[in-house]
Write a protein that binds this ligand. Structure first.
Ligand code: UN1
Length: 516
């Protein structure tokens, strides 16, 4: 008995119209152009946006550079005021923007709203940060000298974002980059231009209020460029873009990283994850069940932090895994707008086919597959709803080592803690990880130098759903970048080390003599 969509596509297109009007987007901005926008809820068309030409895109980058030259002179707490106003706009429009995220990406309503909350949170964080861009005072070996470091704005920050967090990831970068004194050029996913337009319109409202109150936000401080790979490449290759923050596949990162390196620009890469959890003998299994269910099935398995590998200790395997399989069999799949559904659609047919290919490979490797089949939803023949798949598999092999951006959880049995730690780390990706245990030694070992090799390591929490206050990112093929909280802001600034001699002699460092 599959739940039914209560909204046909015509209703959704109408709702998109109303939401975009409320959010301040001009109708012609999303009704004309060659990029066709579909909602994964029905597969139907909800908009069209114009692709930017190369010359126009280069012009926007030049304009952003000119904007940076002015913006860098605005004192940081004043820059923070613009971000504070943007946070206010987001609060006022949380319902509308969150709903639009749900329609454009297919997230359940609570997760669409959560995405906007994540934007609000990073704005608050950045406002505080705007008064805390601290450098150090450093002990110098010379008398009557002072040594310190200062942090200065960097330039145009290029942002390439993915469909799955279409606006939050931009906001993590944008809020920090703005208080750091940078301007922004954003290339959103071609699959999610409408939420980008809406976010941009809200930012425009904040800029307007800021300038009306005497602020000095230059024209072109933030640009959004719609287009495909060529536009991304233009951003990556442009001499006036000293930093590109790119979220997407490892394949994308492999293309972007070396190009940036070749011109000595900074890369902040957030690439694939293949996140695991270990369920140890002492785990609280009720809590674990909920943690695993959200991390593995939430967002239909389309978070970079989604739980994809589960190692369950042999002593609890037979009591835990059947309960998990039951949760997989009964989780509600259907329109993300309909209350009660926990799993919405995959983004498109390509995602569905990739999922089927991975499941076939898992079967061929001896995996026992439960779920994974397409679910027909009335009024949504062109949509791709699936039952989340749970695959019991003996060894970590084949598709288990790859990130498939779909709800597939590979479940493996383990006996020895040290051996499972090794298996945990034996994949190319290194984003997020967790252990469910009440054993202090196991928990602390998991977090220690010989434990998880990921950028995020949790205890009794799944690997997804991080707060913005921590640095977000991962190691190995995940790309090494850190964005969001902690000291991630440093990537968006350049550091200068300053030595001042306030004496009348010129002692040289290291005692060097050079008397002319
Ligand atoms: C992503 O999937 O690209 O930790 C980002 C999380 C979210 C962000 C996910 N805060 O799952």
């Amino acid at each position: 008995s599959a739940p039914q969509t209560h909204t046909a596509n015509a209703d959704l297109a109408g709702e998109v119209d109303r939401l975009l009007a409320e959010l301040g987007v001009k109708r012609s901005d999303y009704t004309e152009g060659t990029i066709v926008v579909r909602t994964p809820i029905t597969g139907g068309i909800i908009g069209r946006v114009a692709e930017i030409g190369a010359a126009e895109a280069a012009g926007a980058i030049e304009q952003a550079h000119a904007a940076y030259l002015g913006w860098r002179l605005v004192p940081p707490p004043k820059r923070g005021e613009l971000v504070r106003l943007f946070g206010e706009e987001l609060r006022a429009s949380k319902e509308a923007l969150g709903r639009l995220v749900s329609i454009e990406v297919g997230k359940i309503v609570s997760e669409g709203l959560g995405e906007v909350q994540e934007m609000i949170d990073i704005c608050d964080f950045a406002v505080g940060l705007s008064r805390q861009l601290y450098g150090l005072t450093i002990a110098t070996e010379r008398g009557e000298h002072r040594m310190m470091e200062s942090w200065h704005p960097l330039g145009v920050t290029g942002i390439i974002s993915a469909f799955n967090f279409p606006v939050a990831v931009w906001a993590w970068n944008a809020a920090l980059a703005l208080v750091c004194g940078n301007s922004l050029v954003w290339k959103p996913s071609e699959k999610t231009p409408l939420t980008a337009l809406a976010t941009h319109a809200l930012f425009g409202r904040a800029v307007k209020r800021f300038n009306e109150a005497g602020g000095d936000a230059p024209q072109g401080l933030a640009a959004v460029l719609f287009g495909g790979r060529e536009i991304g490449e233009l951003l990556v290759d442009h001499a006036k873009v000293p930093l590109v923050s790119a979220t997407g596949s490892t394949a994308m990162g492999r293309a972007v990283g070396p190009r940036l390196a070749s011109r000595f620009a900074r890369a902040l890469l957030e690439l694939g994850g293949n996140n695991a959890a270990i369920v140890a003998p002492t785990a609280d299994l009720d809590l674990t069940l909920r943690g695993v269910a959200f991390a593995a099935m939430g967002t239909a398995g389309q978070r970079c932090t989604t739980l994809r590998r589960l190692f369950v200790h042999e002593s609890i395997y037979d009591s835990f895994v059947p309960r998990l399989k039951q949760a997989y069999a009964s989780v509600t799949v259907g329109s993300p707008l309909q209350g009660g559904n926990l799993v919405g659609p995959l983004i498109d047919g390509a995602a569905y086919r990739a999922m089927q290919i991975a499941l076939e490979a898992a079967s061929a490797a001896g995996g026992q597959v439960q779920g994974g089949e397409r679910i027909a939803i009335e009024g949504a023949a062109d949509a791709y709803y699936v039952r989340p798949a749970l695959v019991e598999i003996a060894t970590q092999t084949g598709p288990v080592k790859h990130e498939t951006f779909a709800p597939i959880l590979y479940v493996m049995k383990y006996r020895d803690f040290d051996a499972v730690l090794e298996l945990h780390n034996a994949v190319p990706q290194g984003l997020s990880s967790s252990i469910f245990t009440n054993d202090l030694r196991e928990a602390e070992t998991f977090l220690s130098a010989r434990g998880s090799d990921c950028g995020i390591a949790n205890v009794n929490i799944g690997p997804s759903g991080a707060e913005i206050g921590g640095a977000f990112g991962g190691e190995k093929e995940t790309g090494g970048g850190r964005e969001s909280g902690s000291d991630a802001w440093k990537t968006y600034m350049r550091r200068t080390t300053n030595t001042v001699n306030y004496g009348r002699t010129l002692p040289l460092a290291q005692g060097v003599k050079f008397d002319v």
